[in-house]
Design a protein around this ligand. Structure first.
Ligand SMILES: *Cc1c(COP(=O)(O)O)cnc(C)c1O
Length: 354
């Protein structure tokens, strides 16, 4: 197998909106693990695979789109990229901007971004502005800034560059499995990723590289489920901050992915999300951030409702790394077991037989 140098310098290059003149701004994103889940397969009677997007360089799938967006920004001679973010877009934009020698300005909703993501943006050197508003406010402001000032917007909203990069996850899944799965589950926030993943499957099928298309099953948090209810949510609520979006920018794309694939977009409670979050770590050894567990929670919900055909081949996008949000783990009933530095005390604390 040839060495992996990131999406733009891979066989997927021909699918990306880059030319010979585009500098490849890359951290070797993509080519993430697709691993079998014995736990979820046994629970559902299906063949369940986990696409571990937290293995990307900044810890989320956002890197797939950001390598393209920032490469093109660098090619265009832009000096500053700007984005609104629930956290991961800002971490990714800041990293790729640093790599390209560009400035990054990131707008985040005050107090609603996981600490690991904020730490990343700060360390990569972004200008971080905490806005007294929601993600949706941040996105409106970022768009206005990009319209009025010489800065490039790198949100996925109408950003074909980001979406083109994010489609590569579907190519990787088909190349690994030999065809598309029956069902692809994923969390839905702003709607970009479900749109891009579906478009990726369709592009591959259109060229005969896949013989079938999956049903797209997207899941929103119950307190932030505008696509489920069909109306924007003014004050979205969920501890899964990456999907705390009240008015998805890629609304039509997400709905089209659902309808054209014969799929669904449904809601799962924070309790279901956190149960799945704990189980993924405990039973599969995969530590994700809370939002990333929404696809797993949704799959189990569908299974419980009898909506999942036995033996189906299922892929779940695990969108981000658990290290992004350690507070979510520790707020969850961790009490330290403390002992002296004597081995006997430690053995007793561990209930080891004498
Ligand atoms: C951005 C993000 C999502 C939501 O993706 P959208 O494209 O906004 O729907 C889900 N999980 C994580 C970890 C994310 O960073």
């Amino acid at each position: 197998m040839s060495t992996w140098h990131g999406l733009i310098d891979s066989d997927y290059r021909r699918w990306l909106p880059v030319t010979d003149d585009t500098p490849a701004v890359s951290l070797h994103e993509g080519n993430t693990p697709l691993i079998h889940s014995g736990h979820l397969s046994a629970l559902t009677g299906c063949d369940v695979r986990l696409k571990v997007e937290g293995a990307n360089p900044t810890g989320s799938f956002k890197d797939r789109g950001m390598t393209v967006a920032v490469s093109r920004a660098a090619q265009a001679g832009v000096e500053v990229v700007v984005c609104a973010s629930t956290g991961n877009t800002s971490a990714s934009a800041a990293a790729y901007a640093a790599r390209a020698g560009l400035g990054a300005a990131v707008l985040i909703p005050r107090g609603a971004v996981a600490l690991g993501k904020l730490a990343q943006a700060v360390r990569y050197g972004a200008d971080v502005v905490e806005v007294a508003g929601t993600f949706d406010d941040c996105l409106r402001i970022a768009r206005e800034l990009a319209a009025q000032h010489p800065v490039a917007l790198v949100n996925s909203v109408r950003n074909e560059l980001r979406l083109a990069g994010q489609r590569t996850v579907a190519y990787e899944v088909v190349d690994a499995l030999g065809d598309a799965p029956d069902v692809h589950c994923l969390p839905v926030g702003n709607g970009g990723n479900i749109t891009a993943t579906w478009d990726g499957y369709r592009a591959y099928a259109a060229e005969g590289l896949a013989t079938r298309l999956p049903r797209m099953w997207g899941f929103q948090a119950a307190g932030a489920a505008p696509l489920v209810h069909g109306v924007p949510v003014a004050e979205p609520q969920t501890a899964a901050t990456a999907i705390r979006v009240g008015n998805p920018a890629t609304w039509e794309g997400a709905v089209a992915a659902r309808d054209d694939s014969g799929g669904l977009i449904d809601a799962v409670t924070d309790e279901q999300i956190f149960d799945a979050y704990r189980a993924l770590a405990r039973h599969d050894g995969v530590y994700v951030e809370p939002a990333s567990a929404a696809g797993v929670a949704g799959l189990l919900q569908q299974h419980a409702r009898g909506g999942l055909a036995p033996g189906a081949r299922v892929v779940i996008t695990l969108s981000g790394n658990g290290l992004k949000d350690p507070a979510a783990s520790l707020s969850d009933g961790y009490t330290p077991t403390e002992t002296s530095a004597a081995t006997a005390d430690v053995a007793r604390a561990l209930h080891l037989a004498a």
